[in-house]
Write a protein that binds this ligand. Sequence first.
Ligand SMILES: NC(=O)c1ccc[n+]([C@@H]2O[C@H](COP(=O)([O-])OP(=O)(O)OC[C@H]3O[C@@H](n4cnc5c(N)ncnc54)[C@H](OP(=O)(O)O)[C@@H]3O)[C@@H](O)[C@H]2O)c1
Length: 329
Amino acid sequence: MRVFIAGATGVLGRRLVPMLLSVGHEVVGTTRSKRKAMGLKQAGARAIVLDALNGAAVHSAIRAARPQVIVHELTALEGRTDIRKMEQGFELTNRLRTQGTDILISAAREAGVRRMVAQSFTGWPNERGGGTVKTEQDPLDRDPPAAMRAALDAIEYVEHSVTHTRGLEGLVLRYGTFYGPGTTLSEGGEHVEQIRRRRFPVVGDGEGVWSFVHIDDAASATMAAIERGRLGVYNVVDDEPARVSGWLPAIADAIGAKPPRHVPVWLARLLTGEAGVSMMTSVRGSSNAKAKRELGWLPRYPSWRSGFRLGLGRVDERPPGTARAAGAA
Ligand SMILES: NC(=O)c1ccc[n+]([C@@H]2O[C@H](COP(=O)([O-])OP(=O)(O)OC[C@H]3O[C@@H](n4cnc5c(N)ncnc54)[C@H](OP(=O)(O)O)[C@@H]3O)[C@@H](O)[C@H]2O)c1
């Protein structure tokens, strides 16, 4: 198949591109950077340099590429993971999920592309009441902390648009929190370094539940959704949603750091705001039953317990056989 990946050079794209090429798919990938375009070409993909918010450029790229599938992996989160500045940090990502999605969908319709796979996120968007593990059928949070409102609206926008466009077979992948090579949870990555310096504390009772996914498992789920599966939303997470009070000491142990500090909720609220407190005390995890059943996907790392020990990798690690320039700035 010929696959058009909008945002082929991000953490996920860098793992996905070689995976698709290795089984014989053709890949056309986008980036804004000429240097990263070189890396894509060296990996064996076709590269297009464009700004995804430039409608004319995207239309003409998709018209020329004539793909069977469009994959939407556009986000702008690199270096913008500070929970205290979530609203500013998500501004461009929100535009890529709204305007960027509209542009991709209209280009898909114009070029007669019938299938689209788009990224979304699961974890904090889940409703925070009731059971601790949610399925795709459960509602999203109707009353998120104010700093998360715009990001949640943009997530709902991309999910609804991709799955409600007539003539489009749209699959939305709600990735859990990434860990593994290239992510913030890898050796040298921002969050692992904060954990090592004991600057990522357990807040209150640490009852917030997180769902993780190794970056290579997120890539293999994306390949599965490109190749098969019906229209709809899928959680792409591992088998073991976990309380902060469980996974945070475990990752500290896996990287040889001292156990995390504990801070009371009132202090965390002062330091990180309501969004930070929510992440640590009340968010919910997600079930992967549907992705396993309907996409025939099985994670190589079914639990973060072994994944943190065996699959953390390094922040600057490249997938085997790919050129370094693929991820260079
Ligand atoms: N589930 C999760 O936990 C999750 C999800 C997403 C991201 N993250 C984290 O966020 C961090 C950054 O992720 P990332 O490396 O994927 O980087 P990113 O900066 O979010 O970029 C993702 C892709 O979008 C492209 N892009 C961004 N803005 C664009 C625009 N205006 N026009 C065209 N393309 C655009 C980038 O292309 P170019 O930069 O090459 O132009 C790149 O290919 C990582 O630390 C990752 O772990 C986590």
